[in-house]
Design a protein around this ligand. Structure first.
Ligand SMILES: O=C(O)CCC(=O)C(=O)O
Ligand SMILES: [Fe+2]
Length: 267
């Protein structure tokens, strides 16, 4: 895993709210991650969250279920995934991009657009989560080549500086987000095609989307979302279990080392 960064990459991330890492995983690492993801997914059945989270998140047969196969928190049931996403060097790299001093895992997730899968409508990530931060971010690792044909990502550069917390569900109308943000309609998207093993990092307030999968092959990705250390509960359940939500009050710091371990901290 190549966690080296140049100042130019940090500047690009801060300016655009996204950055593509051309050489992230080696071929051996890519194969190891593909195997680990497949093992994790096969253990979970229809349950979307591993290791005790919101039990209501179960795969069904809706439009959304055909956007991608989605399974979260594989790090809790697979030591290989844990090794990658709790790696302090990755944490330090993400802190440098975000301009923060410490970082905790929020959740990982594999997003696997199946053959003929629906597009992923324009959306923001952070408004779904149980904390609000302008510095949260996600890494999206291509496990297959991500192409215009099979549903690569698209980012709207600079949208993170304008976004508020208004958001949409990932539904059938790909441009619904722009009802809240008409100023996004004229931004030229970055088309994030990637070879398998490359990665993209995006701010939790950067508008992004993915095309449909117009191929008979899956487009698999493994992603992980991170929150700045010190982020506070905003009252939203998201992936948290009913028991966790019952124990939390709005503005409590989300510092449960079992649920959200610290991945890197300057101090
Ligand atoms: O993989 C996709 O289709 C969407 C990815 C996404 O929304 C994310 O990683 O936050
Ligand atoms: Fe997203």
């Amino acid at each position: 895993m190549n966690t080296n960064l140049t100042q130019a990459q940090i500047d690009t991330y801060q300016h655009d709210g996204c950055l593509i890492l051309e050489e992230f995983l080696t071929d051996d690492e890519l194969n190891e991650m593909r195997t680990a993801v497949a093992e994790g997914v096969s253990k979970m059945g229809k349950q979307k969250i591993a290791g005790g989270g919101n039990k209501d998140l179960v795969e069904g047969d809706t439009y959304y279920d055909r956007v991608f196969l989605q399974r979260l928190n594989l790090w809790r049931i697979n030591d290989t995934i844990k090794k990658y996403f709790l790696n302090p060097q990755l944490g330090e790299m993400l802190c440098k991009l975000a301009g923060i001093d410490g970082i905790r895992i929020w959740h990982d997730q594999t997003l696997q657009k199946q053959p003929w899968g629906n597009p992923t409508a324009w959306h923001l990530d952070n408004p779904y989560w149980s904390f609000h931060s302008r510095n949260a971010l996600s890494i999206w690792i291509a496990l297959d080549d991500a192409t215009v044909q099979n549903g690569c990502l698209y980012y709207l550069p600079g949208s993170h500086t304008m976004a508020k917390y208004d958001n949409v569900d990932i539904g059938e109308n790909i441009s619904d987000l722009f009802k809240f943000y008409p100023e996004f309609r004229t931004i030229e998207p970055i088309v994030a095609t990637m070879k398998a093993g490359m990665a993209g990092v995006h701010n939790g307030l950067t508008a992004h989307a993915a095309g449909p999968n117009m191929t008979p092959y899956p487009r698999r990705a493994m992603t992980c979302a991170y929150m700045p250390n010190g982020a506070k509960f905003n009252g939203q359940q998201n992936i948290l279990s009913d028991e966790q939500v019952a124990r939390l009050s709005v503005d409590d710091v989300l510092d449960d080392d079992e649920q959200n371990p610290l991945v890197w901290s300057r101090t």
